[in-house]
Design a binder for this molecule. Structure first.
Ligand code: 9UX
Length: 72
């Protein structure tokens, strides 16, 4: 089945930042949906855990230049 997580994302200051985080997550295999809130400093991601792991999502956000922490 699909897994959904929330990720705390810090360092986003404008809507282009949120777009770039969404883009970075969306290109990963197995990601069905990625939405990022600038006001909440959070990403919601729905994905197939057989294709991509929590850590891969965190790493993609960090590679895009932001700090990321998967929330419990
Ligand atoms: Mo504009 Mo958001 O440079 O970093 S994309 S503030």
């Amino acid at each position: 089945g699909m897994r959904r997580i929330q990720v705390r994302v810090t360092g986003m200051t404008c809507s282009a930042c949120t777009a770039s985080v969404e883009g970075a997550i969306s290109t990963l295999p197995g990601v069905a949906r990625a939405s990022v809130s600038l006001l909440q400093n959070k990403a919601h991601v729905v994905f197939d855990p057989s294709l991509v792991k929590d850590e891969d999502i965190r790493d993609a956000i960090e590679d895009a230049g932001f700090e990321a922490e998967v929330l419990p």
